[in-house]
Design a binder for this molecule. Sequence first.
Ligand SMILES: *Cc1c(COP(=O)(O)O)cnc(C)c1O
Length: 473
Amino acid sequence: MAYTPHQQDLLRRLPKMDDLLERLPAEVPHPLKVLVCREAIEAARARIQASPEPDPAVADAAAILEAARRRLARRLRSSLRPVVNATGVVIHTNLGRSLLAPEVLPGLEAVAARYSNLEYNLESGRRGSRYSHVEEILLELTGAEAALVVNNNAAAVLITLETLAKGREVIVSRGELVEIGGSFRIPDVMARSGAILREVGATNRTHLRDYEGAIGEATALLLKVHQSNFQVVGFTASVPVADLKVLANRHGLPVVEDLGSGTLVDFAPYGLVHEPTVQESLAAGADLVTFSGDKLLGGPQAGIILGRRDLVDRIRANPLNRALRIDKLTLAALEGTLRLYRDPAEAARRLPTLRMLTAPAAGLKTRARRLARRLRALELPGLEVRVVETVARVGGGALPLQVLPSAAAALVPAEAGISIARLEAALRRHDPPVVARIEDDRLLFDVRTLLPGDEARIAEALAAAVAGGRPSP
Ligand SMILES: *Cc1c(COP(=O)(O)O)cnc(C)c1O
């Protein structure tokens, strides 16, 4: 393809790799410097080639060096890094769900950097079980007979069905065929496990007789699934675990409940909707329950399976368990988290997820006022700072109808030409990034999900965003 004389001139003027390389820091590994310089030069070349009359500034050596420096800075920074969650969504799946309590971290660090008794029985000097480190405390806290932990709750449901129902039928209410965040759908997971879905009832109402009518030779188990992310309201009926258990017993079948979030504490005393606890489900007769480690439990990503010893033993022996097994860092974090539950009031104070969920609205209002004062002090041009009442969310599919009265500092445009969307994007791109929520053309910083130090981080990010957003003279 032929280039115009102007294009050819600019292509000739592109800087040489070596001129750029010597201007980048000596301590940066050479191959990385070569990579970013090549990328910067190639990007400039592509822009010159794309237009017959390119802007001469595209070939400017200083500008290309600056582009190489930006690329280098981005690659040297960790890709996975902390952000400020000002969304008010406590169990925010995209922002990492639950935060570990500080009390849990030393145990995590110790086994990460040193050898451990992960699968070594120190009493007998023989091979031990990695599950033993959390099994005892899980039984202590829940009264279950046996426990197994896997990579996440999706894995827990998959391996449970694969072990107990492959090639056979699993009876589920039509009102419980849930989808969680697109990639987890009960019917799809069931198909992957080899179990055959036997839907019963209607979307809004399922009765005991529906389950009864579906039980036959091929039935492997009755499955109950928590209605995560939604609730059916109005003319509804579902069958409690205790009633399913009576029916299942008559046919010698197990009842399995996927609790989804799975909580060990009752939230009702904190003024929240009552979410059935793990202990309640087991006491009602569930032969197995499965739930997540990083939703309402407030621990690391994990899937917890509790219940009858014979069933848990069969799942543990499934070769699939090797593929879904939990890693030692997760085990350390899970053990530390569970230990805090020995005193449930302590758990509510120490575990960030529980502390954020149970924070009283009055205290949040005070914090929002304090944040607003701090932001007003920045004297942001064209923006007014207000304190507003908000509705925060539990997230993670737990307590879908729960409204959490909360408070936020809000930025409201006070002049024409102020773009809240542009401000929101600039805060996301700051380091550390601040993720805020836009509502009615206001930018909200909900204080319910803020951690100590986050107020200062928001103020700093805003000051930088406003300075960077000013039109250059
Ligand atoms: C969240 C959820 C899952 C998936 O749990 P992960 O830990 O995210 O794998 C499964 N079932 C229900 C009902 C859930 O709410």
